[in-house]
Design a binder for this molecule. Structure first.
Ligand SMILES: Cc1cc2nc3c(=O)[nH]c(=O)nc-3n(C[C@H](O)[C@H](O)[C@H](O)COP(=O)(O)O)c2cc1C
Length: 190
């Protein structure tokens, strides 16, 4: 590899992007909302735990504080405009962000927050631990229910066989997609 270019430390996180961008849905039975989240990760597989980082000033955050619950929704790349709009507009300024971004809600099984009808996969999550930062909170949550389109997710993995394009956030309005699996020869038979 050529001599590495030194980048500003303030942009170091961008090297870990692009993870799959998700829409986090929240709700308390009376109102609901959703927002885009790139900073998300699995934490544990058994029990299944994930983490997301949420800004404290987001309209969505008090819902999570109050209910201890949220949904994670993965949309394919055809929904990039809705995803971007969900992350650049606030429930503070509108009645119904689902309608504003052209998405539909559907009922979750085990949490009050709705899920996104158009998602190729959704997780229902309950917060088990938090870590406070000046402007945001790291929310570690147990996954209590999970769904995925059988067309695209089989035997515990994304198949990429039916024109699936997963969406990843690069920076600002820039996204990229993953659309093809590559499989290495496994000589150890692991
Ligand atoms: C592609 C994208 C990714 C984002 N990722 C995050 C994130 O990981 N965590 C976060 O707190 N906000 C993130 N944001 C910002 C929120 O989605 C944004 O502030 C949103 O307007 C908050 O909505 P709300 O006020 O209706 O809750 C992201 C925005 C975009 C466009």
């Amino acid at each position: 590899m050529d001599k590495q270019k030194v980048i500003p430390l303030s942009r170091a996180y961008s090297l870990l992007n692009p993870g799959v961008v998700v829409l986090v849905s929240v709700g308390d039975g009376l109102r609901d909302n959703l927002f885009a989240v790139t900073w998300n990760m699995p934490v544990e597989s058994d029990p299944p735990m994930v983490a997301i980082l949420s800004g404290k000033d987001h309209y969505s955050y008090p819902f999570i504080e109050r209910t201890g619950e949220f949904g994670i929704n993965i949309l394919d790349a055809s929904w990039v405009n809705s995803v971007y709009l969900s992350g650049t507009t606030s429930g503070h300024d509108m009645e119904d962000k689902f309608t504003h971004v052209g998405l539909h809600r559907c009922k979750a099984e085990r949490i009050k927050a709705p899920l996104v009808e158009e998602a190729v996969a959704s997780l229902e999550c309950r917060v088990v631990r938090t870590m406070d930062f000046p402007e945001s909170v790291l929310l570690v949550a147990e996954v209590v229910e999970a769904y995925a389109c059988a067309n695209h997710f089989a035997h515990g993995k994304w198949t990429f066989e039916n024109d699936l394009k997963l969406l990843h956030h690069v920076s600002g309005p820039r996204f990229c997609v993953s659309e093809r699996a590559i499989v290495v020869e496994d000589k150890e038979g692991a």
